[in-house]
Design a protein. Structure first.
Length: 329
């Protein structure tokens, strides 16, 4: 089996804050020609991740421990043997209420993997990508579905890296089998967990604000400023932003700026005081408090940890490189 196992490595937590941009979109580093991965890795409540969304499919089978997921403003608790599924671009994350170190087996794939599926077959499968309002995200291990999905993950892993036409056909077939299993179970009214019923809404309404943050995240921007950018009243903005992202604007902005700070601390020799100003914090003490709250480390300890993990000492970057890093998510 070619299952990628990263549990026990120097840093088994694969998802990096710097992979998430101002829009909150996480980009998985798929092989472009065949975008699918199966791996066994760690998730941790001691390293909570910022709310993010993505266009790829995420199926997470819990091998051990307890995970508390947040999907927008809904919280779901997964125990050993349960299956978490994210088939739509909703904001979500693993929360601080999760165990300190749990192991999962995950299947990630992009919908382009099924590009060869045509006609009514594609239309049938594509509804999982398009009808996002009432999707169920958590399936109990007391039902057959999680075990069956895990079995299909292992079949896919046996075929990866899928270098032959036969192997690629097998992987696509197993992925479609998993999707059909999900659709059949989502359609059952007696499922163990209730489907999230909150309306997804249109993230396009927030795009001008996301663009403004990406362009000038170091500048001062208040909740009032954000509401003005979107031509909304303050109360409407607060309600809309919370419904669509699961966070207040201040929480989202702090998470975004700390992610930028992590990038600078890990890849440059900029003094912490300069990093603080570069990412939009005027007070270094407040910056340090927010950084510790979100990363569970001080900025200096984070720099040391990253360099120890990478096994190298990072050379200083030029001012041009630092400015460029603003555009790197």
């Amino acid at each position: 089996m070619n299952l990628i196992t990263v549990v026990g490595s120097a840093d088994p937590f694969l998802v990096s804050e710097t992979q998430v941009n101002a829009d909150g979109v996480h980009v998985w580093p798929f092989q472009p020609s065949f975008p699918v991965d199966v791996l066994r890795h760690s998730l941790s409540g001691s390293r909570p991740f910022r709310m993010n969304r993505h266009d790829y499919f995420e199926l997470v089978y819990l091998l051990s421990g307890t995970l508390v997921w947040q999907v927008q403003d809904t919280f779901l608790t997964a125990n050993e043997g349960d299956l978490f599924v994210m088939t739509s671009p909703k904001f979500h994350r693993v929360t601080e209420e999760s165990d300190a170190n749990v192991t999962v087996q995950s299947l990630f794939f992009d919908r382009s993997l099924l590009a060869s599926t045509v006609g009514s077959d594609f239309e049938y499968l594509n509804c999982l990508f398009t009808d996002v309002r009432n999707h169920q995200h958590l399936f109990s291990g007391t039902t057959k579905l999680p075990g069956e999905i895990r079995r299909l993950m292992e079949e896919i892993a046996r075929e990866l890296p899928a270098q032959s036409d036969r192997a690629r056909l097998c992987v696509r077939t197993y992925v479609k089998m998993a999707l059909v299993q999900l659709m059949d179970n989502m359609a059952q009214p007696g499922s163990s967990y209730p489907a999230a019923s909150r309306r997804q809404g249109s993230l396009d309404r927030l795009q001008p604000l996301f663009d403004a943050l990406e362009t000038d995240f170091s500048g001062h921007i208040s909740t009032n400023d954000a509401a003005s950018i979107l031509n909304m009243s303050l109360s409407t903005f607060r309600r809309t932003f919370m419904q669509l992202t699961g966070q207040s604007f201040v929480e989202y902005l702090n998470n975004f700026r700390i992610a930028k700070a992590q990038k600078l601390i890990a890849t440059t020799n900029m003094p912490i005081s300069e990093v603080c100003l570069e990412v939009g914090f005027c007070d270094q003490s407040y910056f340090g408090m927010i950084f510790r709250r979100l990363t569970k480390m001080t900025p200096r300890r984070y720099r040391q940890h990253m360099r120890e993990s990478l096994g190298q000492h990072t050379a200083p970057l030029s001012l041009e490189d630092v400015l460029l890093s603003r555009r790197i998510a």
